[in-house]
Design a protein around this ligand. Structure first.
Ligand code: PAF
Length: 286
């Protein structure tokens, strides 16, 4: 596996590559979720590029950026082991040279839930860096995890609106056996926090159970989910349309249940998409 640091070297590699290119954009600190993305890229594409860049533009809090776990040597070894061809790990100066002044922003979708909690610049930071990665690597397919459901929705809209020639492949959230969604931030949890972090996946299972039991009022489903968090206070716990991220009042068709909570100093997110039979247009809803 080659480690590439500059855009020009990455472009030169892409020019001579033959066959489909898969890109797995990451901020490093690999876990099983990243592994599943790299494996999927390896299965689908002739050439696999994994990018590793802790993107300062998507962190609103300097302390969060500083505390983000980094271990490039370990990530590089894992990417190589999983069959990546290139680890593209540019410096901050390479991605954001002096005088950089451009931002890509998806209106509306970026302004709810994570956009509120993480600040207005978060998704603009994600969209700007992903646009740059797509421009430099020019992949046929880019791989993302469903755990960042709103990021996926924002990026899908960006790709559609800007006619970017790439397919987005979205893979399911990978979980610990007890349900905790894998996250690079989990390493910061102490044993008591690790136990309390299960509140998020418990809330999602409670929402699924309420809907499976016939509940269709979004507020009642949300109340059941909150109850299951056993005193952990969510930053948000919302039932929304999975594409527009607009709140729903009645569960009908596909619904995304999204939750975020601070466990000690660590902010965690999780979500689930629940499918119910949609009520045919014109049919009574009660
Ligand atoms: O999901 C992530 O790790 C990041 O938001 C991404 C897509 C690599 C952009 O920095």
């Amino acid at each position: 596996m080659r480690i590439v640091r500059t855009n020009s070297e990455m472009r030169a590699f892409v020019r001579q590559a033959s066959g489909s290119i898969g890109l797995v954009p990451t901020m490093g600190a690999f876990h099983g979720g990243h592994h599943s993305l790299i494996r999927a890229a390896r299965e689908r594409c002739h050439v696999v590029v994994v990018s590793l860049f802790v993107n300062p533009a998507q962190f609103e809090e300097a302390s969060d950026l500083d505390a983000y776990p980094r271990d490039e040597a370990r990530d590089a070894a894992e990417a190589a082991e999983l069959g990546a061809d290139v680890l593209y790990a540019p410096s901050v100066e390479e991605v954001y040279p002096r005088g950089f002044a451009t931002s890509v922003r998806v209106e509306g979708l970026s302004d709810v839930l994570e956009g509120v909690e993480r600040g207005p610049g978060h998704f603009a930071g994600v969209c700007t860096v992903v646009t740059k990665l797509l421009n430099v690597v020019q992949p046929d397919v880019a791989f993302f995890g469903q755990k960042d459901a709103q990021q996926v929705a924002v990026l899908r809209r960006m790709v559609r609106d800007l006619d970017l020639p790439v397919e987005l492949a979205v893979l399911p959230t990978v979980r610990e056996p007890d349900g905790l969604a894998l996250s690079s931030r989990n390493v910061r949890l102490n044993p008591d926090e690790r136990r309390r972090a299960l509140a998020l996946s418990r809330a999602l299972r409670a929402a699924e159970a309420a809907i499976a039991g016939g509940e269709r009022e979004a507020a009642a489903v949300a109340a059941a989910a909150r109850e299951a968090m056993n005193g952990v206070d969510p930053e948000y716990l919302a039932l929304v349309d999975p594409d527009s991220f607009q709140p729903i009042t009645t569960v009908d068709g596909r619904v995304l249940v999204a939750v975020a909570a601070r466990i000690g100093a660590t902010r965690l997110i999780d979500n689930t998409i629940i499918h119910t039979a949609a009520t045919p247009a014109g049919a009574p809803t009660t």
